[in-house]
Design a protein around this ligand. Structure first.
Ligand code: 3HC
Length: 311
C-alpha cells in the first residue's frame, strides 16, 4: 500500500504539483521540510537583532519608522514560517527548544555585528537582496504552505532591499566620512553575504534530494552567481567598490568571475563560533524566558474561556 502512496507522491512531484499537509508524504520529505522551514523561521527571528540594535539610534524619524517596519516584517515572517512548519506536525516549543539549545541552525549572516548606521543600509541592500534571490524560487516549492508563505514574504522583502539601497544612496551623496562609512560596511558584509547562499554544490548534502523533491529549485552556486551578477552594476551606481580583486566580467561565460570564499570561516560561524553567535542566542533565550509569564497568562485565559464555554 505504501508503494502505491509513494508512486502517487512521486507522480505529483514530477508533475510540479503541490503536496498539502493532509497528503501522504515520505517521512524524509517531512523531516527535511521541518529542518529547512524551522531554520528559515529562526533566521527571520534572529535577523531582527542586528538591525534592531539601530532602531533607537536611527539618524531621523523617517529612517526610524522605516527600520521599525522592516524589523516588524521580519518578526512576522518568522511567525508565518513557524506556522508553515507546524502543518508538518512539529510544535512551536520543539522548534524553539532546538534553537535555544543550539541544536537548530539559523542563517550565518546574522552572527556579524552592525558597527555603524551604514550597516543597516548594507544589510537591506545585500542581505535582503540575497534573501530575495534565495526565497523567490521557494515560491515554487512543492510543499504548499511553504510556497504560499514565500509569496507574501517576497513582496515585503523587496521593500527591505529597496529601502536599504536608497539609504546608502543618501549616504553616498553626503560627506567623505559618510561615504567611507558605507565602503567600510560593504567591505565587512560582502563575503559573508556570498557565503550565506550555502556551501558549494559539491559540499551540499541536502541539495540533490532537495532538488529531486522540488524543494530546492536553483542550486546554492547558481543563486550565488546570479546575486553577484545582479549586484555588481548596483555597486557601480552606488559608487562603492566590492572587496574582491578577482571580480571581473567574463564575456564568453556572460557572468562575473569572483574570488574564493573562506569556507572555514563560514563553517566556524555555522557551528556557533562567529563574532556574535553567543550574544544572539543569549538574547533569544532571555527574550523567551522574559516572555514566559505572557504565554502562561494567555494559556490560563484560554482555559478559563473554554471552561466558561462548557457551562
Ligand atoms: N547559515 C547557516 N547554515 C547554513 C547556511 C547558512 N547560510 N547555508 C547552509 N547551511 C546549513 C544547512 O542548513 C545544512 O545544515 P542542516 O542539514 O543541519 O540544516 C548544511 O549547512 C548544508 O547545507 P545544504 O546546502 O546541504 O542545505 P540546504 O539544501 O538546506 O540549503 C539553504 C541551505 C540554501 C539555506 C536552504 O536551507 C534554504 O534555502 N533555506 C531557506 C531560506 C533561508 O533559510 N534563508 C535564510 C536567509 S535569512 C532570511 O531569509 C531573512 C531575510 O529577511 C534577511
Amino acid at each position: 500500500h505504501t508503494a502505491e502512496l509513494q508512486s502517487r507522491f512521486d507522480a505529483r512531484i514530477d508533475a510540479q504539483g503541490k503536496i498539502e499537509p493532509q497528503d501522504w508524504m515520505p517521512e524524509a520529505y517531512r523531516k527535511t521540510l521541518v529542518r529547512q522551514i524551522s531554520q528559515h523561521a529562526h533566521s527571520e527571528i534572529v535577523g531582527m537583532l542586528p538591525e534592531g540594535n539601530w532602531i533607537s539610534r536611527a539618524p531621523s524619524l523617517k529612517r526610524k519608522a522605516i527600520l521599525l517596519a522592516k524589523v516588524q516584517d521580519e518578526g512576522g515572517h518568522g511567525l508565518y514560517l513557524y506556522s508553515a512548519a507546524e502543518t508538518l506536525g512539529t510544535s512551536r516549543d520543539q522548534m524553539l527548544d532546538a534553537l535555544h539549545s543550539g541544536k537548530a541552525k539559523y542563517s550565518s549572516i546574522f552572527n556579524y555585528p552592525t558597527l555603524t548606521w551604514a550597516d543597516v543600509g548594507v544589510i537591506g541592500w545585500l542581505v535582503d537582496g540575497a534573501a530575495i534571490m534565495n526565497q523567490v524560487p521557494i515560491c515554487r516549492c512543492s510543499y504548499g504552505p511553504y510556497a504560499r508563505a514565500m509569496i507574501r514574504i517576497c513582496k515585503e522583502e523587496s521593500f527591505h532591499q529597496r529601502q536599504g539601497f536608497e539609504s546608502l544612496m543618501t549616504l553616498m551623496k553626503g560627506t567623505p566620512a559618510q561615504r567611507e562609512m558605507v565602503q567600510d560596511a560593504v567591505n565587512r558584509w560582502w563575503w559573508p553575504v556570498l557565503a550565506m547562499f550555502g556551501p558549494p554544490d559539491a559540499d551540499s548534502p541536502n541539495s540533490a534530494q532537495g532538488m529531486r523533491w522540488g524543494i530546492k529549485r536553483i542550486s546554492n552556486d547558481e543563486l550565488r552567481q546570479k546575486f553577484v551578477d545582479a549586484t555588481v552594476p548596483q555597486a557601480q551606481i552606488l559608487g562603492v567598490t566590492l572587496p574582491d580583486p578577482e571580480l571581473q566580467w567574463n564575456e564568453e561565460r556572460q557572468q562575473h568571475a569572483f574570488g574564493a570564499i573562506d569556507w572555514d570561516d563560514f563553517w566556524a560561524v555555522v557551528n556557533g563560533n562567529g563574532p556574535c553567535n553567543k550574544e544572539r542566542l543569549a538574547t533569544r533565550v532571555k527574550a523567551h524566558e522574559d516572555g514566559r509569564w505572557v504565554r502562561e497568562a494567555a494559556l490560563a485565559h484560554a482555559r478559563k474561556q473554554r471552561s466558561r464555554a462548557m457551562k
